[in-house]
Design a protein around this ligand. Structure first.
Ligand SMILES: O=P(O)(O)OC[C@H]1O[C@H](O)[C@H](O)[C@@H](O)[C@@H]1O
Length: 316
């Protein structure tokens, strides 16, 4: 027989209270901080993550240009801009995205903060999820005209001790189907690009935008960056791409329901040519590893949803 009196009871013996995450919401941005010091900062403009600090807040994992516009006047150069509903320059004509700007409109619309949820099981496993929404009804008139579909986007940013997860949910709220592409344009911060390699792409076909959009198959286990790189790796079988620095794994990027990854570094000349890229030498401290669905199009029927995202682990 169980001795009820001596049995530990969840009710009578509550675990020590774990302090919760702090979330600060202003008119322009949402900042969340875990009790152990890690933090994330998201602009409502574009739902752009502009800072992610791990290691008790001591290590910034994202690169942000010193000249990035943070006032909503143009997409943010750095952090994690959201690309939707088209990646890169849209098809020249004949596609519903053709009159959209490069990378679509999501990165330059004001999103709504939908709220937070926190998990506070223990200091080491606490996390906070921030949800942002963008709906066709809230688009600027120009964007609405250029892409007249009814949709709802919910973008969730979850900060945990050593990771950041960003997940996009796309819903077709209209009466007709639409096609889209999406991508999370992550600017990772590195210490020295000459010591960086990307693993997990061997055997994958890619389109090399630096070499006239020619198609190649990746033959390297470790892809190093020694000049301008702008490659679209498609249909990647393995889920995880690892960024290695100084021979040590620095980031694991785990894709969820997104099969493509763009690797981009503008290098000397292109960096200099971008008015909002600073300092000029900043390309030595960044590497974009952008997960997405950009090869071909995702078709969504009336009432259907698509969800895809990434989990980035900071491996210090
Ligand atoms: O200058 P943006 O519109 O932000 O684009 C920045 C870069 O984004 C992606 O990585 C593309 O593959 C590049 O071709 C492009 O240059």
């Amino acid at each position: 027989m169980v001795d009820r009196a001596n049995r530990p009871s969840a009710l009578s013996a509550p675990s020590a209270a774990v302090p919760g995450a702090e979330v600060d919401v202003t008119d322009a941005r949402v900042t969340a901080r875990l009790p152990s010091g890690e933090s994330v900062e998201v602009l409502l403009y574009g739902a752009s993550v502009i800072s992610w600090k791990s290691n008790e807040g001591k290590t910034e994992n994202l690169w942000l240009s010193e000249k990035a516009a943070l006032d909503g006047s143009k997409p943010v150069r750095g952090g994690i801009p959201v690309v939707f509903p088209v990646f890169g320059p849209p098809p020249k004509s004949g596609h519903p995205t053709s009159s959209l700007p490069q990378h679509g409109f999501a990165r330059n619309q004001r999103w709504e903060f939908l709220g937070k949820s926190t998990s506070e099981d223990a200091l080491d496993s606490s996390s906070v999820k921030l949800d942002f929404g963008l709906y066709s009804a809230n688009l600027t008139e120009d964007a609405r005209k250029a892409w007249p579909y009814d949709f709802g986007l919910v973008y969730s940013v979850t900060l945990a001790k050593d990771s950041l997860q960003t997940v996009m949910n796309v819903r077709n709220e209209g009466k007709e189907s639409f096609e889209f592409q999406m991508l999370l344009h992550t600017y990772l911060r590195v210490k020295d690009i000459s010591k960086v390699a990307v693993n997990g792409l061997m055997g994958v076909q890619y389109v090399d935008k630096v070499l006239n959009a020619s198609t190649h198959t990746e033959s390297n286990k470790s892809v190093t960056i020694t000049g301008e790189v702008d490659r679209v790796y498609g249909d990647i079988p393995q889920d995880t791409t690892t960024v290695v620095e100084d021979s040590k794994p620095r980031f694991d990027i785990v894709r969820d329901n997104l099969s493509d990854t763009v690797v981009w570094n503008p290098w000397t000349e292109k960096a200099k040519a971008m008015g909002d890229f600073a300092p000029d030498s900043g390309f030595k401290e960044m590497l974009c590893v952008e997960v997405g669905a950009v090869k071909g199009w995702q078709k969504l029927e009336e009432g259907d949803t698509f969800e895809g995202g990434q989990l980035i682990k900071s491996l210090l």
